[in-house]
Design a protein around this ligand. Structure first.
Ligand code: MTE
Length: 307
């Protein structure tokens, strides 16, 4: 929110709670005689229905498949080897730092996350840019909670996520498949969207190492590469951060990574998907079936650019 809207109030009095209180946003803007900016146009304020939070009751992918068919380049490019190699990772101690364009940077131990932010279940579709897909019962908390705690300033426009770099345990980091550490990022309104989820568990149990323990993202309307695993650092920034896949191959991976059946990846058509455990392919849905709740974030943006 531009600070000019709320002259006289400190940053923390207007951000970020106001983003999710439409009445407050409205009053703040009206008081200043200004038109509503991106915060109002893009924030989705209504409670999300089960169709969004429970994948419309679709059949869950089995735990065995979710935990043995993984993309995690820090360990291997071989999906089936990740499960074994990831067991080398030491999870304790694990600290997470949230800083950058914030009033109150903080560092916490991963063990504190559930105590601080609670835990709920979200059943989300997961769609990889390679064409495979799953339906996954994650547990965790809204990503907005993690960000709100640091009280972003009005200069915060993006949120960058950095995964662990520890080549002594992550043997895939000894090769230069990707620039390490793995980095991903979102626009701040995407990160504050109630569907954006910070994951600490799977099928009601602590998150397995191969799925990104102790903390990963689940962004169900985006291709899986946006959902960084093993996060150690969340940084709010005023400019668009560099992201690993985009840096490695800009013609193949855009900044947004929104699921879009119309935009083919150079190596994989995106028109259909292969749900793990099903024989028949399914048509890919725009925003992976979450258009109703997220399309507004991208109003005015060329859909080809939002890939
Ligand atoms: N995060 C890190 N740190 N490293 C990775 O290689 N792969 C991404 C994403 N997050 C990746 C990552 C990709 S391409 C996908 S499809 C998903 O994780 C896969 O998540 P899963 O193994 O739990 O299915």
């Amino acid at each position: 929110m531009p600070s000019s809207i709320v002259r006289g109030l400190s940053e923390s009095q207007v951000t970020p709670e106001a983003w999710f209180d439409p009445r407050r946003r409205h009053l703040l803007a009206l008081a200043a005689g200004l038109s509503l900016g991106w915060t109002n146009r893009h924030a989705f304020a209504a409670p999300l229905p089960d169709a969004a939070l429970k994948a419309g009751g679709e059949k869950l992918t089995g735990l065995g498949d979710i935990t043995s068919y993984n993309n995690y380049y820090e360990f291997s490019t071989d999906k089936k080897a990740v499960k074994i190699l990831a067991q080398e990772l030491t999870l304790k101690p694990w600290t997470l730092t949230v800083d950058g364009e914030v009033e109150k940077p903080y560092t916490i131990d991963a063990d504190e996350l559930t105590k601080l932010f609670g835990s709920e279940e979200r059943i989300y579709r997961l769609r990889c840019v390679e064409g495979w897909a799953m339906v996954v019962p994650w547990s965790g908390f809204a990503l907005s909670k993690l960000i709100e705690r640091a009280r972003p300033t009005s200069r915060a426009k993006f949120v960058a996520f950095e995964s662990l770099k520890r080549s002594s345990e992550m043997i895939g980091q000894r090769s230069s498949n990707l620039p390490w550490p793995y980095r991903e990022a979102l626009r701040i309104d995407e990160a504050m969207h109630p569907l954006a989820f910070a994951v600490t568990g799977l099928y009601g149990q602590p998150l397995p190492k191969q799925n990104g323990a102790p903390l990963r993202l689940a962004l169900p309307w985006k291709y899986g590469f946006k959902s960084a695993k093993a996060i150690v650092h969340v940084q709010l920034t005023s400019t668009q951060p560099v992201t690993s896949w985009n840096q490695a191959s800009p013609s193949e991976y855009g900044f947004y990574g929104n699921v879009n059946p119309e935009v083919a990846h150079p190596r994989w058509s995106q028109s259909r998907e292969n749900r793990i455990g099903e024989l028949q392919k399914r048509p890919t849905l725009p925003y992976n079936g979450y258009a109703e709740w997220v399309a507004d974030l991208y109003r005015g943006l060329d859909p080809k650019l939002s890939f």
